[in-house]
Write a protein that binds this ligand. Structure first.
Ligand code: NAD
Length: 253
C-alpha cells in the first residue's frame, strides 16, 4: 500500500523519546524517509531501530538544537543523506526547573529559552531556505498548552512556549506565498518520560494534574503525532499560522 508521504523526507528533533519518537514512526509509516535527531544517541538509535523493524527508512543524526552550528550541520546532513527536506517537526524541548519567577536564575532561564525557543528559530532558519528552493514544505513546531495559558512556577517554560506560537505565526506569514506552511501543535499533558517521572516521584502532583484534565486521562504521544502528520499532509493545504491545541479540553475550562 502506498503511503501519503512516499518519496518525501521528514526531519524530527527530540526524536529519541516521547512525542518526537511517535511522530518519527508515524512519518515512516506514511512512507517518508526520516532523519531522527536527538541529543541522545541511545534514544535516537532506538527510534531508528523501531522504524526499520516495520521496513521503514530512517537514519539518526545527533544534534543539540540549542547550538547554531549543530543545527546548520543537521539540515545540511539531512539534505546530503536524502537529497531533500519536505517536512520538519521541530520538537525537542525540556520542562526546566519549576520555581517562581524571582527564584529563577538567569542560567536556568537561558537554558530553557535556548533549548525550547531559540532552537525552533535556528531550525526554521536553516530549514526554510531548503524548502524555498523546492518551493514547498511543511513545518510543525511543538509548543504546549503552556503556550496558551500560564503556570505560576513555570515562567521560562511558559515564555518559551508562548514564544514558539508567536514565532510560528510570524514565520508562517513571512512565507505564506512561498508554498511553505508553518504550524504549531500545543499538546496537553502527554504520557511521556516527563510524566512517568512525575508519577513515580511526585504522585500528589501527578494526581492534581490528572484531576485538572477534563477528559480524565493524559494523551498518548501517538495522538499528538497524528496531528503533526495531518498538519504536514495535503489535507491541511489551507492551514498555516495555526497553533492547534490537543489537550482533552484543558484550555477550554
Ligand atoms: P521527552 O523528554 O520524552 O522527549 C524530549 C526529547 O528531546 C528527548 O529525547 C531529549 O533527549 C531531547 N532533547 C532534549 N534536549 C535536547 C537538545 N538540546 N537537543 C536535541 N534534543 C534534545 O519529552 P516529550 O514529552 O516527548 O516532549 C517533546 C516536546 O513536547 C517538548 O518540546 C515538550 O515541551 C513538548 N510538550 C510535552 C508535553 C507532555 O506532557 N509530555 C506537553 C506539552 C508539550
Amino acid at each position: 500500500m502506498l503511503g501519503q508521504f512516499d518519496e518525501k523526507v521528514a526531519l524530527v528533533t527530540g526524536a529519541g523519546s516521547g512525542i518526537g519518537r511517535a511522530s518519527s514512526l508515524a512519518f515512516a509509516r506514511e512512507g517518508a524517509r526520516v532523519v531522527v535527531s536527538d541529543i541522545s544517541p541511545e534514544g535516537g538509535e532506538e527510534t531508528v531501530r523501531r522504524i526499520k523493524e516495520f521496513g521503514g527508512e530512517a537514519v539518526f543524526i545527533k544534534a543539540d538544537v540549542s547550538r547554531a552550528n549543530e543545527v546548520e550541520s543537521l539540515i545540511d546532513d539531512t539534505v546530503k543523506t536524502y537529497g531533500q527536506l519536505d517536512y520538519a517537526h521541530n520538537n525537542a524541548g525540556i520542562p526546566g526547573r519549576t520555581a517562581l519567577t524571582a527564584d529563577y536564575t538567569e542560567e536556568q532561564w537561558d537554558r530553557v529559552i535556548n533549548i525550547n525557543l531559540k532552537s525552533v528559530f535556528l531550525c526554521m532558519k536553516h530549514e526554510i531556505p531548503r524548502m524555498l528552493r523546492q518551493k514547498s514544505g511543511s513545518i510543525v513546531n511543538t509548543a504546549s498548552t503552556m503556550g496558551v495559558v500560564g503556570f505560576g512556577t513555570g515562567p521560562a517554560y511558559v515564555a518559551s512556549k508562548h514564544g514558539i506560537i508567536g514565532l510560528t505565526k510570524s514565520t508562517a506569514l513571512g512565507y505564506v506565498k512561498d508554498g511553505i506552511r508553518i504550524n504549531a501543535v500545543c499538546p496537553g499533558n502527554t504520557n511521556t518520560a516527563i510524566f512517568a517521572y512525575v508519577k513515580e516521584k511526585l504522585p500528589e502532583l501527578y494526581d492534581n494534574v490528572m484531576a485538572a484534565t477534563p477528559i480524565g486521562r493524559f494523551a498518548q504521544p501517538e495522538e499528538i503525532a497524528n496531528a503533526v502528520i495531518w498538519l504536514c499532509s495535503d489535507s491541511a493545504s489551507y492551514c498555516t499560522g495555526h497553533a492547534m491545541v490537543i489537550d482533552g479540553c484543558y484550555t477550554a475550562q
